[in-house]
Design a protein around this ligand. Sequence first.
Ligand code: GLN
Length: 200
Amino acid sequence: MVTIGAKPVVGVLALQGDFREHLAVLAELGAKGVPVRRPSELDEVDGLIIPGGESTVMDKLSRAFGLADPLKQRIADGLPVYGTCAGLILLADTVLDAIDGQQTVGGLDVAVRRNAFGNQLDSFETDLEVDGFDGPPVHAAFIRAPVVERMGEGVTPLASLEDGRVVAVRQGNLLGTSFHPEITGELRFHRAFLDTVAAA
Ligand code: GLN
């Protein structure tokens, strides 16, 4: 529920993973960020960030804490959500190379492949051109990252690797990146997401 004139509240799912880094970026941008661990906290937010970490663990914890179903409902109602890395996996309708029984909250009409970069390239950094961003390329950190392998019609690719694999997407109020802007000082994704939250 938004109070007229008040700053929107942006939740960061804080069950596991690098939620503190996201909260720090929100603070740097002057936004009101709050950790979300229970359904009552989810009720209070105008947008949500799902951090990087381990999607299998976040999946289990979000179901155990009773957050998964209310979150699905809020996404269906138009809640803006931004997922980085494991967060992108949680937003995806389909996960390739999931573990047995792994579920997602879904909403984003994509298939993502977990741990898409084998051994040697498990983790790496590279510069990316991102559609709609002014200024220098995005310096992106990939840490056991997923890639987007299929996209539904409503999904717009925002950035791709040199080999063409898609690593950033938007679909309406949902934003997902395979990489972690929250750890490289990159603020433009969070800024764009805050614009989405303000407009929603
Ligand atoms: N490989 C992790 C997973 O499957 C994601 C890694 C990350 O978020 N940096 O959830």
